[in-house]
Design a protein around this ligand. Sequence first.
Ligand code: PLP
Length: 372
Amino acid sequence: MDRDPILLTPGPLTTTLRTKLAMLKDWGSWDTDFIAVTASVRQRLLDIVHGADSHVLVPLQGSGTFSVEAAVATVVPRDGHVLVMDNGAYCKRAARLTQLMGRRATVVPQAEEEPVSAGEMEKRLLADPSITHVVLIHCETGTGVLNPLPEMAAVCQRLGKGLIVDAMSSFGALPIDAREVRFDALVAASGKCLEGVPGMGFVFLRKAILDGCAGNSQSLAMDLHDQHVYMEKTGQWRFTPPTHVLVALSEAITQFEEEGGRVARLARYTDNCRVLVDGMAALGFRPLLRPEVQAPIIVTFHAPAHPAYEFRRFYEAAKARGFILYPGKLTQVETFRVGCIGAIGANEMRQAVAAVADSLAEMGIPDGRPAG
Ligand SMILES: *Cc1c(COP(=O)(O)O)cnc(C)c1O
């Protein structure tokens, strides 16, 4: 293979040559050229959610989870109480980091194959007035299910509860409009649907709550209020910025705009997802989710029932053909996941299905039919 393997994973993902080439230069963090890149990226990210009037954009070093943790630490007061309607692995992670930072968290288990219910959330909020905030995972990447952001945001607004959205795997593809959906914080990262490289996250913070966030964070490095104040004053990041990651993101956003923005990106991912699901269905594979609740970001498939199936061997066989699959994240049923995002299109998805077919054949498995 003279091509890098195609990453069918929800980040890191396959990037374009242009994005990779943008990293071949060193930048001084205090230099005006770099300060201008930071300012431009912040502005263009705000534009994607139409948030320039209502929100500020605060970038943060680290992987996406660092920014989720920072958002909770910055937005939720130390005596706050967070509700998590839990339908997957990233909900559990958000609940855990909330508790580790000393905030009270109530976790309500929900079915993993279904979106969480805004009505059920409302009942919980009414039953326990001590709850101050809701943490919502927009696209639960553990399964690929899409949670109802507009409905849940409307309930939070009506009941006067804060809302923190982990939109890591949806931002840049699925619709999010800050003029229509009220959120206190919304978190995403460089290496997901914007197709940059991993290494930084960013958080949209609602201007109306900003002043009240001062002093909430028990962490120096994760304090988004402090990062924001410093950046507004100096144009610089508080601590060493991920310079190459930021310029790669800037280049990735330029390509995002050239492609036609969020709508075009969603159309490409939707097409990727359809080609994948149809091709896999022809091989006998069955997705975990009903099509109506499946986000076109990552698809969970049931593992084949055949006794010769073993994920590790399947993974290696697909890798030898140039495609990197992703393990499942469910406790009850055996699954694996295939991402639809990254700088790839229908051709790569067709090739991926062909690689899966060849991998099954190599393992002596006639088809991908699951048990039952
Ligand atoms: C990718 C992702 C994250 C962040 O994961 P990292 O490994 O820290 O980058 C958080 N939430 C969701 C829903 C994600 O898809």
